[in-house]
Design a protein around this ligand. Structure first.
Ligand SMILES: O=P(O)(O)OP(=O)(O)OP(=O)(O)OC[C@H]1O[C@@H](n2cnc3c(O)ncnc32)[C@H](O)[C@@H]1O
Ligand SMILES: [Mg+2]
Length: 199
């Protein structure tokens, strides 16, 4: 594989992937580099369904190997919300700040011992003419009382990682990419592709 298209318009994800793919000899493009990319409606009820739909629709449009990421935050005390609706939890206009404030608000009276959560990432790789490969990765944490840290994106400032004693937004890009849901999913994908000798 010489070039891969990441089917995302999210700048934060695009940066994560740029760094995650740096060790491989593969050119990485995202939808931020492409004109006229179809806007894929994320109407699935699972991360995997949405990832497959994004990857296959975009692979068909541009006819190159395409990787899609559907991800989100799962909070135990909120029965798994925001889950697949993470990107539009506070409304359709995709505002990271509003989304994380809604989570903090809903957890206002929940004690630390019950604030467990995890990030989930489903990756789908659509290779023209082949069956799409799907993998998952997760990363456990605890929701803070308020946002802490300026790095990363999305819900990173409210996701505390006990083992590192920092929120995701206090980690450097390198540190996040060693432990993140996205990094873990990519590890699984690499194992499968190595097994199938695609890489
Ligand atoms: O669909 P694309 O174009 O890839 O971009 P998106 O932002 O809409 O992405 P999703 O549909 O997968 O929604 C993911 C949501 O979960 C959040 N999220 C995903 N990965 C994250 C991470 O590593 N850190 C913090 N928040 C994350 C992100 O901010 C979104 O609100
Ligand atoms: Mg999306």
């Amino acid at each position: 594989m010489e070039e891969i298209l990441i089917a995302t318009k999210n700048k934060g994800k695009a940066k994560d992937f740029e760094q995650l793919f740096a060790p491989f000899n593969i050119g990485v493009k995202t939808l931020l580099d492409m004109e006229n990319a179809i806007d894929v409606e994320e109407d699935g009820t699972t991360f995997q369904e949405n990832a497959i739909k994004k990857a296959e629709t975009i692979a068909r449009e541009f006819n190159i190997p395409t990787l899609a990421d559907d991800s989100g935050l799962i909070v135990d005390a909120l029965d798994g919300r925001p889950g697949v609706y993470s990107a539009r939890y506070a409304g359709m206009n995709k505002d990271d700040q509003a989304n994380l404030n809604k989570v903090l608000d809903e957890l206002k009276n929940v004690p630390e011992s019950k604030r467990s959560a995890r990030f989930h990432c489903s990756l789908a790789l659509a290779l023209p003419g082949k069956k799409t490969v799907v993998v998952d990765g997760t990363c456990d944490g605890v929701i803070t009382q308020e946002p802490i840290g300026d790095n990363g994106f999305g819900y990173d400032p409210i996701m505390f990682i006990p083992a590192l004693d920092k929120t995701m937004a206090q980690l450097s890009k390198q540190e996040k990419n060693e432990i993140s849901h996205r990094a873990n999913a990519l590890k699984h994908l690499k194992e499968i592709l190595t097994m199938r000798q695609v890489f």
